[in-house]
Structure formats: C-alpha cells, structure tokens
Design a binder for this molecule. Sequence first.
Ligand code: SAM
Ligand code: SF4
Length: 344
Amino acid sequence: MNINIKTPQNSTTAPSAPLIDNFGRHVTYLRVSVTDRCDFRCTYCMSETMKFLPKKEVLSFEELCQIIEIFVERGVNKIRLTGGEPLVRKDIMQLVERISKHLSTGSLNELTLTTNGSQLKRYAKQLVDNGIKRINVSLDTRDSEKFTRITRRGKLEQVLEGIDAADAAGLKIKLNMVAMRDFNEHEITPMITWAHSRGFDLTLIEEMPLGQVSGDRRKRFLSLREVRDNLAKDFTLEKIDHQSGGPARYVRLNETGGRVGFITPMTHNFCESCNRVRLTCTGRLYLCLGRENQMDLRQPLREHGKDGLNKILTQAMSIKPKGHDFDYSRIDPATDRHMSVTGG
Ligand code: SAM
Ligand code: SF4
C-alpha cells in the first residue's frame, strides 16, 4: 500500500514549525539514503541480482541540500547519511561538506553516517575535517571467508583497514552486527571483546524482513533476547541510560567496561519513542522503516520550491504510523523495499 497525499492548494505551514506527528512524537532525526547502490550485496539486505535506480532518478546534491535545509529549519538536529553504501556515491565529500555547514551554524547537532567501511581508508580524514565525530561501521564477522560469503563480494581486510584509518583519524566507532543463527551467533562474544578492546561500542541488530532475499530469513532469525541471556552467563550486564539517538538500548559489560546496544525490532517494539524519518535518494520520504507510508518530496520541490515542501512535510507528519508491522509468522516480507533503499 502506497500512501501518497497530494498537496492541498490552501494549506500553509510556518517555515520553522516543528515536525510533530499525530502521536505527539517530535521528529528531530533524518536519515538520508544518498544512493541505493553498494559495492557489497549482503545476503540479508539485497538479492544477488539487485536492479539499481537509473542515475537520472536520483536527487542531485543541490536538491538533497535544499530538502535537508528545510528539515533543519523545522527542527531536525541530527542527520545520518546512509544507503546503499553512502561512500560509493560520486563526489560524496562535496555533499558532506555542504551539510556540515549546518554544524558550523549550530542548527545541526550531529552529522554522522553508517558505512560498510570499504571506503573508509580513503575518506576517514575528510569526514573528520567536515565535523563528523562518530560513525557506525557494519561488521557481521571477522572471519574473512565468512565475510566474503555474507557480503557476496566484500574483502574483510579492506574493511579492517578502513576501521583502523577511521580510528586513527579520531572518529568514534560503533560496530553494527546483524545477529544470525548458524552464521555468527558464536562470534558475538569474541566480536564484543575485540570491539571493546579497541574502544568501540557494538550494537547487535535483529534481522528484519525487508524485501525479498535468498534463503529463509526465519531460519536464521536470532532473537536478541536469547543472545542477551547467553551474554549474561559470561558477563555482568549493567543497564545504562546511554542514548545514541537511535532505537538501540544499551548495557555496559562490567568485565570490559564497554557498551553493547540491542536493536530489537522483532522482539521488542521501540516505536513509541520514534523520532526519525527516512529520505530515499529519489526523494521519497518514508515515515517508518517497516511500513509503506511515504510521500514524494522531489516533485513538490521541483514544482513549488521550498514553500511546496514545507506543506508536504506537515502533511507527512499526519501519516507517520504508530508502529511497524514486522512479523516472522508471515511468509511475505513486511515491505517490498530492501533495506538498501531506505538505509539503516
Ligand atoms: N551500506 C551501509 C552499511 O552496510 O553499513 C549502510 C546501509 S545498510 C542498509 C545499514 C545497516 O542496515 C547495516 O548495519 C546493515 O547491516 C543493516 N541491515 C541491512 N539489511 C538489514 C535487515 N534486513 N535487517 C536488519 N538490518 C539490516
Ligand atoms: Fe550494502 Fe550495507 Fe546493504 Fe551490505 S548492508 S548490501 S553493505 S547497503
């Protein structure tokens, strides 16, 4: 179901009105998927034969910046660049530099990104130079054969070098690890110990049924409740209030002193505190990762400029759903959309 509301001619919105949805949630966090393309094809994220968007459908940097500016004027104070792989978009640093101007003015508190790490060696220093302080790097295994298997083409060595470069450049790193039964469940403890020994936080993620991929997601689904119970046998888990602005809930491991986050869309719904929306590289605004509620921003921007968009953003708030609809008891994925379209 696509929900796509047309702009009523007479609706107006103050350019600085905060973005508040029908459930009183204040949207202050925008995730921007700058490309649907990627140099990897992670098996849980994409199919082997992904068809990518024609380049002409993708928003220009100018258009992305205009949209971002309106969000910032309306109270968004955190932006995460994602994808696909954000660092494979051509001239990506030009976009980072332009968005980082909002950091300098103080309108934006944080600009960050989620990356697979493959291009970090090349870009780590420039990210720091543009005001980025912390990044999320996805790493599901530290076994090079398994890494190439899960990413279908990635090289672990390249990613580890990228992580080293990011660390050396002074970026704070959080690792993202999708927990998968019979794939990396026995690597979780060693990965945490390694991450903490390097001073990185680590967040575990439950696999979500987004888009059709090969294999049966239900067979490899690993509940983080189970993972947490197992971790509690080896470590003392102290609940902490740490917030990274996203859906992760954190514990500190007394033995390592480091933090572990749990993103549990499948076993524990965190929608009541959702403060974010997602923009695709073609200008579709998705109000929830797990639902199809979305609005097109590209056409109103092209036809009516910033004024047109302001109205659309106000309307978009009214279709932000109360929560997602993930459920492994159904065979079909929750959405046709792969994670790479809206980003993580
Ligand atoms: N390419 C970048 C990366 O891999 O970090 C950014 C985009 S990727 C879609 C963002 C995050 O989503 C990654 O941490 C990835 O592991 C996660 N992800 C992808 N598909 C997922 C799924 N079906 N369920 C849960 N997490 C998923
Ligand atoms: Fe690419 Fe990230 Fe998806 Fe892997 S998870 S295929 S790296 S977009």
